[in-house]
Design a protein around this ligand. Structure first.
Ligand SMILES: N[C@@H](CCC(=O)N[C@@H](CS)C(=O)NCC(=O)O)C(=O)O
Length: 205
């Protein structure tokens, strides 16, 4: 298989999901990373060529243009012979997909909030809207704490997405102190974060 081309940003938690899975699967050497910057107010034409939604990650592989992170992760999972990160069927599969959706949803709220705080002009910002996004983050965290005791065994896409979401909160929302009153999730994350795939994809700074 020829090398794949990944539209990449070192600060994107969705890109991090893709890279963590690629490293865990032993596929990272097959990925050429193209570092790009793209935001809703400054869409990057090079990203638009692959993903009309102009978001990263976007992957070019075997003549396919692939986005978004769940699709790219599932594609990569189909390209290795180790234990799969997407369970093949049954409850295990749908639980892992739901956990991915839960943690992706947390990231979505965190990113929207960051765009509001950094890209939208001050007079247009809405405290009620900001608070609503923050509530989603906290509710998602509470659910993740409830599930932390079940996160054992070989990592799934659910585990990887939980970890990337929590890593993003450490990176951009350290003041939120998500670890407070979430002891099980903290213990699970602190261990998972020691994996080489997590350590080598830490966002800069
Ligand atoms: N659902 C997408 C979300 C991707 C996303 O929002 N990426 C951000 C960077 S962290 C982005 O490219 N934003 C640019 C924009 O929203 O225009 C995924 O899972 O890949």
């Amino acid at each position: 298989m020829a090398n794949m081309k990944l539209m990449y940003s070192p600060t994107s938690p969705y890109v991090r999901k893709v890279m963590v899975l690629a490293i865990e699967a032993g596929l990272d050497k097959k990925i050429d990373k193209v570092t790009v910057s793209t935001t809703p107010v400054a869409p990057n034409p090079a990203v638009a060529k692959i993903n009309p939604l102009v978001k990263v990650p976007a992957l070019k592989a075997e003549g396919l243009d692939l986005y978004d992170s769940p699709v790219i992760c599932e594609y990569l999972d189909s390209k290795h012979r180790k234990k799969k990160f997407f369970p093949a069927k049954g409850k295990a599969r749908f639980n892992a997909l739901r956990q991915q959706a839960l943690a992706d949803g947390l990231i979505d709220a965190a990113i929207l909030l960051r765009y509001e705080n950094t890209l939208r002009e001050e007079p247009m910002r809405s405290p009620a809207w900001q608070e609503a996004q923050m509530k989603k983050i906290r509710w998602a965290l509470d659910q993740m704490e409830k599930e932390a005791g079940t996160l054992r065994g070989a990592p799934t896409i659910g585990h990887i997405t939980f970890a990337c979401a929590l890593g993003y909160l450490d990176f951009r929302y350290a003041d939120e102190g998500w670890r407070k009153r979430r002891k099980k999730l903290t213990a699970w994350y602190d261990k998972f974060a020691q994996r080489p795939s997590m350590k080598s994809t830490l966002p800069p700074g």
